[in-house]
Write a protein that binds this ligand. Structure first.
Ligand SMILES: Nc1ncnc2c1ncn2[C@@H]1O[C@H](COP(=O)(O)OP(=O)(O)O)[C@@H](O)[C@H]1O
Ligand SMILES: [Mg+2]
Length: 252
């Protein structure tokens, strides 16, 4: 039996500006199952970040429902939403704000402290996770002493350490070179699968869909295609190493 971690129903986000109304997300319904790592792709402006932010409980939907682990989070009171977000969701966003006066290790441990789960075992797991992401020599460095790619990997470790039901990542490879991008996303995918979590990764780099079980494409705020056939995903990932999601049409 596939266990549903997340289901969204007709989720919509409308931004009302002074002279303009923008429908960023337009009636999107999707289900995500435990043990699944999904790629969310689509051109810039197609609504990926807005969708992810609503799922993360950082943005209130204009309409529709978002159900996480059996609870409706979309319209939840802010205080409760904060708790659900902290316990059940891990995220790394493009502007991955690490705490600047804490070391790499302390930044990861912070998620455990916030959930009152910090202990010797938690510390050992934090070190193990950072080591797996290739940061064993950077545990005690401050974010300002790390490269963009290293900071990104600390953010990934931080998003996973408290064993959330759902892990969300917005362009986690934006600052990484090709080899490192592959390594990081592969490890990310392994961790999601090993820990039997559910994950959504927004990416511009179609090569990264190789590590995903499903590919969801958005266009103009709507779900356009969903790809789950392994051969098709591999074809999409391998098609043309330099083109990006701006220009691609998913295989039909
Ligand atoms: N805070 C905001 N206020 C107004 N419009 C926004 C805001 N955030 C995003 N948008 C608009 O919503 C649409 C979707 O944006 P976004 O969710 O960032 O897409 P993506 O991540 O796919 O690039 C775009 O047209 C964008 O300009
Ligand atoms: Mg975005």
């Amino acid at each position: 039996m596939m266990e549903t971690v997340l289901s969204t129903r007709e989720v919509t986000k409308i931004y009302e500006l002074e002279d303009q109304v923008i429908t960023a997300v337009d009636h999107v319904s999707l289900d995500l199952f435990r043990g699944e790592f999904v790629a969310l792709v689509g051109p810039s402006g197609s609504g990926k970040t807005s969708m992810l932010a609503m799922i993360a409980g950082l943005l209130t939907p204009t309409g529709g429902e978002i159900c996480l682990d059996g609870e409706e989070v979309g319209q939840m009171r802010e205080s409760k939403r904060t708790r659900v977000r902290r316990e059940k969701i891990g995220f790394t966003f493009q502007a991955h704000n690490l705490v600047n006066y804490l070391t790499a290790l302390e930044n990861v441990e912070l998620m455990l402290r916030l959930n009152s789960r910090y202990d010797k075992d938690g510390q050992a797991r934090s070190i193990e996770l950072l080591t797996r992401l290739g940061l064993e020599d950077r545990l005690h460095n401050l974010p300002t002493q790390l490269s963009g790619g290293q900071r990104q990997r600390v953010a990934i470790a931080r998003s996973l350490i408290h064993e959330p039901q759902l892990v969300l990542a917005d362009e986690p490879t934006a600052n990484l070179d090709t080899a490192l991008a592959h390594q990081v996303v592969e490890t990310f995918s392994e961790l999601v699968h090993e820990q039997n979590r559910a994950g959504i990764m927004v990416t511009h780099d179609l090569r990264m869909v190789l590590y995903c079980d499903r590919v969801i494409e958005m266009e103009d705020g709507r779900l356009k295609h969903v790809l789950s056939d392994r051969a098709q995903i591999e074809q999409l990932a391998g098609n043309d190493p330099v083109r990006n999601a701006e220009t691609v049409k998913l295989l039909k």
